[in-house]
Design a protein around this ligand. Structure first.
Ligand code: 2HA
Ligand code: ZN
Length: 278
């Protein structure tokens, strides 16, 4: 009996197309110079099985940081050292589909990264953040990191207190409090790519879908590519306005705490406690 089932072309998979489009847009917006930025996207076995035999392992990589909570889960990830500018034209070398093994101590590459490259250097921050977000949101799927220009600029010119920073962003455009009522988390400056920054990022991800790495960039979490992209885009737009204003002493009027509160009520969102003085 012939049991082999015809698989569809993986390059036509919606999740591959979404990765190509998101990376290209981030590069186009100037947020991902050179090999800056990384994305990981949680996939279901059913989604992947439509295109691949999930038991055909190409390579296995040991993890320095066990992720038992992600055992048997599938992700499509950007590759380490890959330029976002090039993903759309070369998905099979710049993207990879990985399955976390049944212990959480290793990952199996089942597609992509064909030139022998590895998943993103920020895999600890991605995996630990997925674990944190899945605990608070069962629909969570995406972790996205980039070097959003004005967010980085603002980490030089604004103090790094989370409540102060968030309130300034909320004041810069009316949409902000509606899009990220959960506020931004901010780490101290740390060396990227390490388990330590992964742990700190994930701790912040318990309460925030946006986490800033001062003088480096931003992490965003969400249930879809569009939502996660839009979250970062909105914070970046607010930071751009702050940076265009330049000298905060030039500000003649702003959105008051009462107005921000009114806005939150009108849009049915709960602003993080301790930011608005109302
Ligand atoms: O090189 O953005 O944080 C990719 C990065 C590291
Ligand atoms: Zn980075």
């Amino acid at each position: 009996m012939i049991t082999s089932i015809q698989k569809e072309n993986i390059l036509e998979a919606p999740f591959v197309k979404e990765m190509c489009e998101a990376t290209f847009n981030m590069w186009r917006l100037g947020w991902d110079e050179r090999n800056g930025g990384n994305i990981s996207y949680l996939l279901t076995k059913e989604e992947v099985s439509k295109y691949l035999d999930v038991n055909q392992v190409k390579r296995t990589l040991q993890l320095q940081f066990p992720v038992a909570e992600l055992a048997n889960k599938y992700f499509i990830v950007t590759g380490s050292g890959k330029y976002f500018k090039n993903v759309n034209g070369d998905p099979k070398n710049t993207l990879g589909i990985v399955k976390v093994d049944e212990t959480g101590n290793a990952i199996h590459i089942i597609w992509g990264l064909e030139d022998g490259s590895n998943p993103t250097s920020e895999l600890p921050s991605h995996f630990m953040s997925h674990i944190a977000r899945l605990k608070v949101d069962s629909n969570h799927r995406i972790i996205m990191h980039n070097h959003a220009t004005n967010i980085i600029a603002m980490t030089f010119t604004h103090d790094l207190d989370e409540a102060n920073f968030t309130k300034t962003l909320w004041q810069m455009c009316t949409e902000c409090i509606v899009v990220f009522p959960d506020a931004v988390g901010i780490l101290p400056w740390m060396v990227p790519g390490t388990d330590a920054i992964g742990q700190k990022t994930a701790e912040k991800m318990k309460e925030h879908r946006l986490v800033l790495w001062p003088h480096h960039g931003i992490f965003g979490a969400g249930t879809t590519m569009d939502e996660t992209f839009g979250l970062i885009e909105t914070a970046e737009k607010a930071a751009q306005i702050y940076t265009i204003i330049g000298d905060p002493s030039k500000i003649k009027q702003t959105i008051s705490d009462e107005e921000l509160d009114e806005l939150a009520k009108a849009f049915n969102v709960e602003p993080k406690v301790g930011i608005l003085a109302v």
